[in-house]
Design a protein around this ligand. Structure first.
Ligand SMILES: Nc1nc2c(ncn2[C@@H]2O[C@H](COP(=O)(O)OP(=O)(O)OP(=O)(O)O)[C@@H](O)[C@H]2O)c(=O)[nH]1
Ligand SMILES: [Mg+2]
Length: 420
């Protein structure tokens, strides 16, 4: 069901750009029928100036809108003031609330649901503290109960999430043990992460590889809509002959409140602990927006990522050469030598795959063992976990050359020693 909404945005100085908040409002299911913007210092009580608030209220009434979507984070007091100024029944949602609404609507897995619930509870807590008339005893008592309910629910949700987070660390190490390198595809929302996942993934279904895990059967849907992806999706891929599991992650966004980022620790931890991170940036974004987005990615990734970050300048099919040079320069402050790609059309993908593959931990090894049944089972074990280059069978010996993750290579050496 679409609900009509008016956008409102206040900026201190720069021009008031509303494309992104419009995208967020639409992703949250609103039909945007009008907007007001204002360039002025923040009013502590109402965010906007008094005249602007009146103008906003009139526009809401004229367009019979049911909601106001504000591209600023409102304090509880500002929120209440805007609700009071607008016609009865108008919902006022700030940027933070809109992002929460989108996440709540789309969260599909238990983990994503818990994460959104946690972020929502943490958003509500200071608002409940603020609301009501404290000198009315009954209200104060009710408020006290609600606050306690919310606080204890926050504790329960955190504990449930901690248990799930442990599963993730275990899952990563199981995947490493099976010879897979882990590659995360990260970046700003709508940059083309899911499109890239489809490009890099093998046709092979992953279910056969790892049926026990819930991130494998979800499809990574591609849509020109912000936050299309709200849970990690993993596919098997072969990068320059290397076995990898590629994980598509939830997009980042400017001004995302810290607790919301925290609450998506599940998706961020896939990025933080991957062997390599492909950072997808949209080269077709206007240069100012491009810089802001790169900065947002830098803040989230810097100092947190174990693996190497490989930047990919995506959507080169719709960016001209001059624009690309500018984007490359803007990126160079943080990440140099991006691979230019079009995830949509497929250009640059092989180059990206080999750049990523070169960053994955790998050791080449040659083993020779006596020709016996156990040698055959060692060879098939290696086929399952490494990329095997050659196998030479002689009457009394078998030689195999392969490249694999260091821990797999040392296990293989141990097995070979047992056969000799
Ligand atoms: N022209 C062009 N469009 C692209 C390219 N890659 C992706 N797109 C489009 O960009 C939009 C977003 O693509 P997605 O792959 O869903 O982006 P995402 O980063 O996964 O987005 P979220 O999951 O919402 O964060 C879609 O309309 C894609 O078709 C590209 O290389 N060129
Ligand atoms: Mg996506």
């Amino acid at each position: 069901m679409t609900r009509q909404a008016v956008l409102a945005k206040r900026v201190d100085d720069r021009p008031a750009e509303t494309t992104e908040i419009r995208g967020l409002a639409e992703a949250a299911g609103y039909d945007v029928v009008g907007e007001i913007t204002q360039r002025r210092a923040e009013d502590a009580g109402t965010c906007f100036g008094g005249g602007k608030v009146d103008e906003l209220a009139r526009l809401v009434a004229e367009t019979s809108s049911k909601a106001v979507v504000v591209d600023n984070d409102l304090s509880p007091k500002q929120s209440t003031a805007l609700v009071d100024a607008c016609p009865d029944g108008t919902r006022v949602a700030d940027r933070h609330r809109v992002v929460l609404d989108i996440f709540a609507e789309r969260a599909a897995t238990r983990r994503a649901k818990l994460q959104v619930e946690l972020a929502s509870l943490e958003y509500e807590l200071p608002r409940i503290e603020e609301e009501g008339d404290p000198h009315l005893m009954t209200l104060a008592a009710e408020k006290g109960t609600r606050l306690n309910d919310v606080r204890s629910r926050i504790d329960r949700v955190k504990r449930a999430l901690d248990d799930i987070a442990d599963d993730h660390a275990k899952r990563r190490s199981e995947r490493h043990d099976r010879g897979f390198s882990l590659v995360a595809i990260a970046g700003y929302t709508n940059a083309g992460k899911s499109t890239l996942l489809h490009r890099l993934a093998d046709d092979l279904s992953v279910d056969a590889v790892d049926p026990a895990h819930d991130d494998l059967d979800a499809t990574a849907s591609v849509e020109n809509r912000l936050f299309e992806t709200l849970q990690t999706t993993t596919r098997r891929g072969t990068l320059d002959g290397r076995r990898a599991l590629l994980t598509d992650t939830v997009g980042l966004i400017d001004d995302l409140p810290h607790d919301l980022v925290e609450s998506f620790h599940g998706t961020l931890s896939e990025t933080y602990h991957a062997d390599a991170v492909v950072l997808v940036v949209d080269a077709s974004a206007p240069i100012d927006a491009f810089r802001d987005r790169v900065d947002t990615c830098r803040r989230v990734l810097d100092g947190n990522v174990d693996g190497t970050v490989v930047p990919a300048l995506n959507k080169v099919d719709i960016a001209d050469d001059d624009a690309l040079d500018d984007r490359r320069d803007a990126l160079a402050d943080h990440w140099s030598d991006p691979v230019a790609i079009s995830a949509l059309e497929g250009s640059g993908i092989d180059d990206l795959a080999s750049t990523v593959a070169a960053e994955l931990p790998a050791v080449r090894c040659e083993l020779t063992v006596p020709n016996c049944d156990d040698a055959m089972s060692l060879v098939s074990w290696l086929y399952d976990r490494t990329s095997v280059e050659t196998v030479d069978y002689a009457s009394d010996e078998v030689s195999v050359a392969f490249t694999g993750r260091p821990e797999i290579v040392s296990l293989a050496r141990g097995r070979a020693d047992e056969l000799r």
